[in-house]
Structure formats: C-alpha cells, structure tokens
Design a protein around this ligand. Structure first.
Ligand code: FMN
Length: 197
C-alpha cells in the first residue's frame, strides 16, 4: 500500500495549536503516513506581535518549523489543519494562506484529497463549531473529502464531544486531548490510505 502523504498545517499565536499539530503529526506518522508539519506565516504587523510578549516569544520559538507553501498542499494526499477561533471563524493568518491558493485550486490541486480540522477558543462555546464549519466550507470548494471524527470512537464522548473536530480551551493538550487528536489524525491517515489505494 502507498504511504499516504499528510500535511499538518497550523497557525498559533500563543502555542496551543502547535501542541495539537505536533500530536497530530506524531499520530499520523505512527499510523503509517509520511508527514510534513508546517506552520502558517505570521501576517500581523511586526509592531503588534512585538507588543505582546507571549506572542513574540511563541513566534521566535517555532522558527525551525517551515512555513507552509502551495507546494506542500500539492504534495499532500490529505490535510490536518489546526488554528484558533477568532471572533467565531478561523484566524485570518490561516485565511490569508488559504486565499493564496487560487492557482493551485484552479488546477485541482486540493481536489479528491482528505481534510480534517481542529481548533481552540478561549470560551467553552466561543465559536469552535462555526470555525470548523468555515474551514469545511472551504474544503468543499476545493473538492476535498471531509474526514470529521464524528462520534466514531469512544474518545469523542470524553473530549467535549465536538463531532466536527477536536476543540480545546487554550493551553497544553490534556491526556484526553492527546488521545482525541491522535484518533482524528489516525482516522485521516487511514481514510487517505483507502482513497489512494
Ligand atoms: C482577536 C481575537 C479574537 C478571539 N475571538 C475569540 C472568539 O470568538 N471566541 C473565543 O472563545 N475565543 C476567542 N479568542 C481566543 C482565542 O481563540 C485563543 O487565544 C486561542 O484559541 C489560543 O490559541 P493559540 O494558543 O494556538 O494561539 C480570540 C482571541 C483573539 C486574540
């Protein structure tokens, strides 16, 4: 069986979504995928980033992770996206990258590939579901195949129960969070493997 190629693409300001992405990358690899872990480029003005010490510190700490490019999107058979909720939708940094993919979309570069997403938000009901749905709307425009976790594994009854994708309050991943992200990444990898044959 061909090894599925999974791009784990994340944006983070304060670090939560990096933790999710790293857990997803490890789980996809363990499930047999070839993985590229990529971060979304920061688009906020330098003065704004430097004006918030935790933001500046986080950005400096992840310089060794390559920024995602259209080439990574073309390379992958499946995508695991993770980014924070901002006013009920996904962070604009991630949208800016998505909005640079017109030429690749035009040649069907994301079509028939798998897609799943996770998010974080400051409040328990602060827009996690609308954020994930907004990403899935984009995936539909790509002709991608959405691989949501649903309630297809018992962990979904322990992790807060968002069937669209794992969602969390900011901070480090809990033990249950680790399990849920690993399940979602494994499911994505397995579905991708079935698809590419
Ligand atoms: C501009 C801005 C808008 C935000 N909007 C929301 C929101 O609508 N709902 C919510 O619960 N949290 C909101 N938050 C909190 C973020 O979701 C939280 O900081 C993020 O999940 C942390 O993820 P990170 O550690 O990966 O950066 C907002 C934060 C910022 C800075």
């Amino acid at each position: 069986m061909t090894k599925p190629k999974i791009a784990v693409v994340f944006y983070t300001t304060y670090g939560s979504n990096q933790g999710v992405a790293q857990a997803a990358a490890a789980a996809a690899e363990a499930a047999g995928a070839e993985v590229r872990l990529r971060r979304i480029a920061e688009t906020a003005p330098e003065a704004v980033v430097q004006g918030q010490e935790p933001w500046a510190r986080q950005l400096a700490a992840m310089q060794d992770i390559p920024e995602v490019s259209a080439d990574d999107m073309e390379w992958a058979d499946g995508y695991f996206f993770s980014a924070p909720t901002r006013f009920g939708v996904v962070a604009s940094q991630m949208r800016a990258f998505i909005d640079s993919l017109g030429p690749l979309w035009q040649k069907g570069g994301m079509a028939n590939k798998t897609f799943t997403a996770t998010t974080s938000a400051g409040n328990l009901n602060g827009g996690q579901e609308s954020t994930l749905l907004s990403l899935y709307t984009t995936a539909m425009h790509w002709g991608a195949i959405i691989v949501a976790p649903g309630y297809a594994d018992p962990v979904k009854f322990e992790d807060g129960g968002n069937p669209y994708g794992y969602s969390m309050l900011p901070g480090a991943l809990s033990e249950t969070g680790q399990k849920s992200v690993a399940y979602q990444a494994m499911r994505l990898t397995q579905m991708t493997a079935k698809l590419i044959g």
